[in-house]
Design a protein. Structure first.
Length: 367
């Protein structure tokens, strides 16, 4: 199963509803489709979503690092030598989404060769996850209306609310409107994308003490070290590290240093291999995990649900699996379907989805 080629194909698909949050705004999926070809004719796919405002990667940079560095290092290696493959990629620092996509496309090939699905190959705990929908910035009434429409259409009852605006009342009012509209049974949690100071975060948590929040994520920067520690110590719900916990070492530092008490796992930034390392670390240390969303399209979401369904700890909570619904189109032949608030992991083989060649030809940017 020798790797014969690794391709990085930039493409652009608009969002019908752009997602706004404290650290940025996404109006188009300017992603990179990564394709791994092997000597036996198997082809693996994965998606790399650049998030320059969080990790510094750009679409052009992902293409350049794959074409210029990773492909020359990896072509010729057997696909089942994942440790050797990672050692070669890790000679280059950074570039998390590029590395993650190569890792997942290789897993796609391996699971196809083994005649199974990725979610079975990774663990096979279950075959589906409950879905959480992420709500970007808007006015309270508009966000409450969006949430109730999503609940009525897809059966989703868990919502992650983007916060981190100033004054904090803008977001406090949103959470109150959502609770009033959705009732006590809906699960609500907040994600600040580092937008607030530690003291603003504490004030917001005080104002929302009766809102029944279940998690608080990355409300202030992890670099506000002592302020963040004080915030986390005074937070009554698990405090989720997201952009501060992108490697096992960062997870260890934040958890042991009091900067987080739960971990968001994103396959878009740690692939399947790195996500398993982080998962095992988190469960070993006894903290909860959440399957996060790097504003993924359907291929990325198929990877998230495959990983989430594969393990007990990742499938315990709803995963953030629905923001592809806001895109104008996608690359897959068969769209993912959320039914009764759940998304099934594709049955395989491999990741279990097929890229539509006509759609790729239409949306690719490299001619
Ligand atoms: C999240 O959880 O922060 C926003 C930026 C990004 O990379 O992911 C999203 C969601
Ligand atoms: Mg987050």
């Amino acid at each position: 199963m020798r790797i014969t080629a690794i391709e990085a194909i930039p493409y652009r698909i608009p969002y019908v509803k752009p997602l706004k949050f404290a650290s940025g705004e996404v109006t188009h999926a300017d992603h990179v489709l990564v394709r791994v070809r092997t000597a036996g004719g198997l082809i693996g796919h994965a998606d790399a979503p650049p998030r320059p405002f969080t990790y510094g990667e750009t679409q052009a940079g992902i293409v350049a690092v794959i074409d210029g560095i990773f492909a020359p290092q990896l072509v010729g290696l057997d696909a089942d030598r994942r440790s050797a493959l990672h050692a070669r990629m890790h000679r280059t620092v950074g570039n998390p989404a590029a590395k993650a996509a190569v890792d997942m496309a290789v897993w796609d090939v391996l699971a196809q060769a083994w005649g199974t699905s990725v979610h079975r190959a990774l663990g096979g705990h279950t075959d589906r996850m409950r879905v959480c929908h992420m709500l970007g910035f808007d006015a309270p009434a508009a966000m409450a209306q969006e949430a109730s429409a999503i609940r009525d259409r897809y059966g989703i009852t868990t919502f992650k609310v983007k916060v981190g605006r100033r004054p904090i009342d803008l977001d406090v009012d949103v959470v109150r409107a959502l609770r009033n509209t959705l009732g006590d049974k809906a699960e609500l949690y907040i994600d600040g994308n580092r937008g607030w100071t530690p003291s603003e975060s504490l004030r917001a948590l005080d104002l929302l003490a009766d809102a029944g929040l279940t998690l608080a994520e990355e409300l202030c920067p992890a670099d506000d070290v002592l302020g963040r520690r004080r915030l986390v110590a005074n937070c009554r719900v698990p405090f989720v590290g997201d952009e501060s916990v992108t490697t096992p070492a960062e997870v260890t530092r934040e958890l042991l240093g009091g900067g987080a008490t739960a971990v968001s796992i994103k396959t878009a930034r740690t692939g399947f291999t790195g996500s398993q390392e982080i998962l095992h670390l988190a469960t070993g240390l006894g903290v909860e995990v959440v399957m996060g969303n790097q504003i993924d399209g359907q291929l990325g979401t198929a990877c998230t649900v495959a990983f989430g369904a594969a393990h007990a700890a990742t499938s315990a909570r709803a995963g953030e699996l629905s923001n592809f619904l806001d895109m104008a189109d996608d690359l897959l032949t068969e769209p993912l379907r959320i039914v009764d608030g759940e998304l099934a992991a594709p049955a395989g083989p491999g990741i279990g989805v097929t890229v539509d060649p006509d759609k790729l030809a239409h949306y690719r940017l490299d001619g």
